[in-house]
Design a protein around this ligand. Sequence first.
Ligand SMILES: [Zn+2]
Length: 631
Amino acid sequence: MKIRALIGAAFVVAAFCWPGPARAAVSETLSVDATDVPTQVWHARLRVPLAHGGDTVLVYPKWIPGAHGPVGPVASLGSLRATVDDKAVPWERDANDVYAFHFAVPADATELDLRYDFFEGSAGGGNITGQLAVLDWNEVVFYPQGAGIRDVTVSADITLPAGWTSATALPPVRPIGTLPAGHVAFAPVTLETLVDSPLYCGAHGRAYPLASGNGMTSEIDVYGETDADIDATPDQISHWKRLVAEADALYGYRHWQHYHFLLTLSDVESGRGLEHHSSSANGTRERYLRDPDIYALNSDLLPHEFTHSWNGKFRRPAGLDVHDYQQPMVDDGLWVYEGMTQYWGIVLAQRSGLSDPGEFQQTLASYYAALDAEPGRRARPLLDTAVAQGLTRAAQSPSGRFARRGEDYYNESALMWLDADTLIRTHTHGKKSLDDFARAFLGYGRNTPPMVVPYTRADVIAALDRVDHEDWAGFFRTRVDEIALHPPLAGITRGGWRFIYTATPNRFQQMRERANNSVDMTYSLGSSIGADGTVAYTIEGLPLARAGVPPGAKLLAIDGEAFSIERLRIAVDAAVHDGKPIGVIYDDLGTIVTTNVPYRGGQRYPQLVRVPGTRDLLAAITAPKTPVGVH
Ligand SMILES: [Zn+2]
């Protein structure tokens, strides 16, 4: 198995010997000026040593780790100026590759000096508010065309706005307190480690230490819009500490030395979750620590991104272990990379107390129902949603969403891994479980520094077979490669639970409807409908689509009365008994349409219920592995 060390000289490995990093071919110096960040612009200066003059080609990262796609935001780059010894050097973009830049460098030049700006929010940005900012280093760096990301070393530093602090997994060149206020310089790291180590900064930041021992530390660095946003309760801190302890118990070993959960709380910059080896870049709503609904609805965010340090960053599908950021990534392993992470994310959320009891079961019900409602299942296997990930992500738009399928390699794979987990538990009479696979395959039997151990599907199958002898190749063939008319249900039923629909939402569904300000009628009328009447999507074969109501239409009236969510619920409930079609008036891009929607099925919400007299494997799966209350 190919094993390559990722971090250079800054990392000391004493306990065992790994192959040393390749000798750095290029040592760049990158200075970022963040003082204008409140106006949405990062200024950067990059100095690149030159072996010789002439046509020099530098590239801007295109295929971005974690995004797994060619989404490097080159369109947001501006004001590029190049000099050698303070004399301007002309540049020209490669006509065949908009990510490559040619510089006509004098023959005797030894260093190319670049200055440029990165404008947030213009394309692929949106990481800044007036009070906080997230710097993804891939947005502000170039490197020589053809150079490997483990062969380029970058010495980076940053100047912050007055009064701001910062947090990142990058090692500072000197302890933070000994540097001039507002300026942080980092030890040289490989380009791979730099891009893997986003920097969070802001006017309102607070670090909570979580765990330490064996020379390892973990902490959560919270940045908010106000000081009130970043005050965590003792319960919340306890959940985070238990998350680290539960991940330790699950994986057995760590592949990081100092882990940072980076978290922004803002309604302007929210909805972020990006994995790294020694940190995760998380972002959610401003009131996360103060609003129990928002806290609960994001319960698997930190466990998911934390799990990626093991599954996705340390163990990685071979097609995602790239030489450089211009090399296309092969996404056919995302049903392990993302799918199993989705599974461990919701399991660890329960084991750590981040999610409420019962949430695991109801999450599985919501996954199953949404996937089973997709007409697109008849045409497209799960594997294709992973392989075409770049397109799949774009396919989240409302039109035809269920017909095309979305990023199903997350939730459908989670159901598949539950299927595998319960299969192992049943066949081994509870002696083995998917935990054993996680410990062997992801824990890997020892602590290591951040590094990549790539794998193939055959490696996954062999490791599973060592836990429990099954036809794993056939298991994945029918669930991943072939058309499957229904998502995997066996994990739920083998777990002692039954999938049903009920007429009333459970408290998690009520919470989601409140947070989204909408009513979820996906499994009745075939859409989620906003409080203003907007039809988010329609599903082929279900009542709204059959009646010709298009996605994006705005419901104006229900049975002759002005639209409201309550009015719609009453009409759907009444139709069960009176059998009359629901009278609907809607606005379709300015055209007012009156129609009838025949439907007698009532409101339908997916749920899991216990099957009496069976063994509750879902309870066994979600039971904490560490004593509660000692952290
Ligand atoms: Zn993920």
